[in-house]
Write a protein that binds this ligand. Structure first.
Ligand code: ZN
Length: 622
């Protein structure tokens, strides 16, 4: 018995059945036979996807062939645009020329060419960009998908390129005069140019177009504040206090912190030139806002503590190298320069000179920071030198080495350090050795190639790196001799290096530069300048320096609740007037400030400079 027709036998009526091929099946996925059957199992190879792919490719080729000119044109413009972004201007020009040959009348070509001229900023760029842009507009440009002029103008503003931003906005407003964003940016260009009245009008217009924009409101508020103060600030201290601003009525600079920051901020005069940051960053300052690492409060404290004393004070934050204060005495009033130029310029005390960064002085015991660091790291046994009797002179070879005082019996290294006995140092000099001393001095930034780089001039210090006789070595260990000169800035950096565990950070004056939009153009990140000494050696030296203030010669810098680590020094010739130094950091266990005080022809370091440090620290660490 069989079910169905037998083999070879036709089913009745089968000839009427036709297989109708359904073309839609091409687009359908092959169905799975059962829900429970795994998808891949037993699946047959299918040509359908390949057929589909071939169809799509053929269609694309056909369309491409029909639109080949158009595609070449778009590709050329696209390439040109991206070459501009990568600053490959020659390549951009080639690509745009290709596009121009294909469709010379197309507005996008002219628009992109104008943008290329603007970004390239070669001589005469402004006229070229303007004529290209007006050609584009004349050929009916409404917008260009390859260049968003408002967005580009904002980018240029963020980078502080105000003239280029202005040209870009002129074009953007030509196409879209009722764009709130373009009007806001135009207002910011005017603000950066110091045209406050027109900036205010522009902001009002932008606000009318977009009444809820917080950004426009903020810009308007700032401009109104500037109007009520009558000036536009462009240099601020680290807390936001204004150090330099442009007077709106006269267009001349005003310096609200006056003589306190005169040497750093400098001045700008029509008749007598420029100085300080005004001179160094002249172009960068136009329209931008500079924030310094200087703290105007510390600047005033240091100025008051120095009083009538000629000299300098430099305060550094040890962990970052930021210069918190740099005072030079005598100082001058920038506002009086115009009227009293001759009197100020010809003053024999040279008030225009920035002693903090530019004047060199013999370091004396300040240099013991480097020589004692070398001694500690050498692990030499100094105990056999002590005790000895200091009679204020010592024969080294055939030369007489003089101490600044007869210290009588010097019992130990601590005793010698605390009384600042140079004879003890001279006796220890051979234990350090010339090579180790030179190495240490280089580590503290005394190398021939070492130049402290700040925005304003800094004179390089110099040290005897070739102490080839025992006498020269002894003198070098005590920071003496004509070959040894240091700026107050560098002296503060020595203290800061010890305070920071032996790591000397690169000194900084400018913290950041922002454009008128508030975007950061330049920002300083703290970085290491030198590894001056090992961490444990820095800790040992800190202990000696703390002892020097609490129980040694630096007693006049002692504070009630805060431990101060420091060293005094008296250098220079007695007849012409001694230079008194005090170099310190505080609190000794968790340093916030490192400081150098130099009293030019002021007397001894322990007598004159140490009390000034105490006054500054009392106020500063409150
Ligand atoms: Zn002595």
């Amino acid at each position: 018995m069989a079910f169905g027709p037998a083999r070879g036998q036709r089913t009745p009526g089968a000839r009427h059945v036709r297989i109708r091929y359904n073309w839609r099946m091409l687009l359908r996925r092959p169905r799975r036979d059962s829900l429970f059957e795994p998808r891949r199992q037993g699946r047959r190879w299918s040509f359908r996807p390949l057929v589909r792919l071939a169809g799509v490719l053929a269609a694309a080729l056909l369309v491409g062939w029909l639109a080949r000119d158009r595609i070449a044109f778009y590709t050329a413009i696209y390439e040109g645009r991206h070459a501009i972004d990568r600053r490959e201007y020659v390549k951009a020009q080639e690509a745009l020329e290709r596009a121009w040959i294909l469709r010379p009348e197309h507005p996008w070509v002219h628009d992109c060419a104008g943008f290329l001229f603007l970004k390239q900023a070669a001589p005469g760029w402004r006229a070229k960009a303007r004529s290209s842009y007006s050609r584009a507009v004349a050929r009916g440009l409404r917008s260009n998908p390859f260049v968003n002029h408002i967005k580009e103008a904002r980018r240029l503003l963020d980078a502080g390129a105000y003239e280029q931003a202005e040209a870009e906005l002129e074009h953007a407003l030509e196409m879209a005069p009722r764009s709130a964003a373009a009007n806001l940016l135009q207002g910011q260009v005017l603000y950066a140019q110091g045209k406050l009245a027109r900036a205010l009008e522009q902001y009002q217009l932008a606000l009318a177009l977009a009444p809820r924009s917080a950004e426009i409101q903020a810009a308007l508020t700032r401009a109104q504040e500037a109007k009520s103060h009558g000036n536009l600030p462009y240099i601020l201290d680290r807390t936001g206090q204004v150090l330099a601003a442009q007077d709106l009525a006269t267009g001349t600079p005003v310096y609200p912190c006056d003589f306190w920051t005169a040497h750093v901020v400098g001045y700008r005069t029509p008749d007598h030139g420029n100085a300080g940051l005004e001179e160094a960053l002249g172009d960068t300052l136009r329209g931008n806002i500079l924030t310094l690492t200087i703290d105007a409060r510390l600047q005033r404290i240091a100025d008051a503590a120095l009083g009538w004393q000629k000299g300098a004070v430099v305060i550094i934050k040890p962990s970052t190298g930021e210069i918190l204060a740099a005072v030079s005495h005598p100082t001058f009033r920038p506002s009086l320069l115009g009227r009293q130029w001759a009197k100020i310029n010809q003053n024999e005390n040279d008030p225009l000179r920035n002693r903090a960064f530019e004047s060199l002085y013999e370091p004396g015991s300040v240099a013991k920071i480097a020589s004692v660091a070398a001694l500690i790291e050498s692990r030499a046994d100094v105990s056999r030198i002590f005790p000895f009797r200091c009679r204020a002179y010592l024969m080294i070879g055939t030369e007489v080495f003089m101490d600044w005082s007869a210290h009588r019996t010097v019992g130990s290294f601590a005793d010698a350090f605390n009384s600042s006995c140079n004879l003890a140092m001279a006796k220890m000099a051979p234990l350090i050795g010339a090579a180790a001393l030179t190495q240490s001095l280089r580590s503290f930034g005394f190398g021939e190639q070492d130049r402290i780089s700040l925005e304003i001039p800094v004179t390089p210090s110099r040290a005897p790196l070739d102490a080839d006789t025992p006498y020269k070595l002894a003198s070098a260990c005590c920071g003496l001799g004509t070959g040894f000169r240091i700026t107050p800035l560098h002296a503060a950096m020595l203290a800061a290096a010890v305070a920071n565990g032996g790591v000397m950070m690169a000194p900084t004056l400018v913290r950041e530069i922002r454009s008128v939009t508030g975007a950061i153009i330049q920002e300083h990140t703290p970085h290491v300048y030198h590894i001056a000494m090992k961490k444990d050696a820095a800790a040992a030296l800190t202990a000696y320096l703390t002892d020097f203030v609490s129980a040694g010669l630096g007693r006049k810098a002692r504070m009630l609740r805060v431990k101060v680590a420091g060293i005094t020094s008296t250098a220079g010739a007695p007849r012409r007037g001694l230079h008194g130094w005090f170099v310190c950091f505080a609190p000794a266990d968790k340093p916030e400030l490192a400081m150098a005080i130099l009293c030019e022809n002021g007397g001894t370091g322990h007598g004159v400079a140490a009390p000034i440090a105490q006054r500054i620290l009392n106020e500063a660490l409150r």
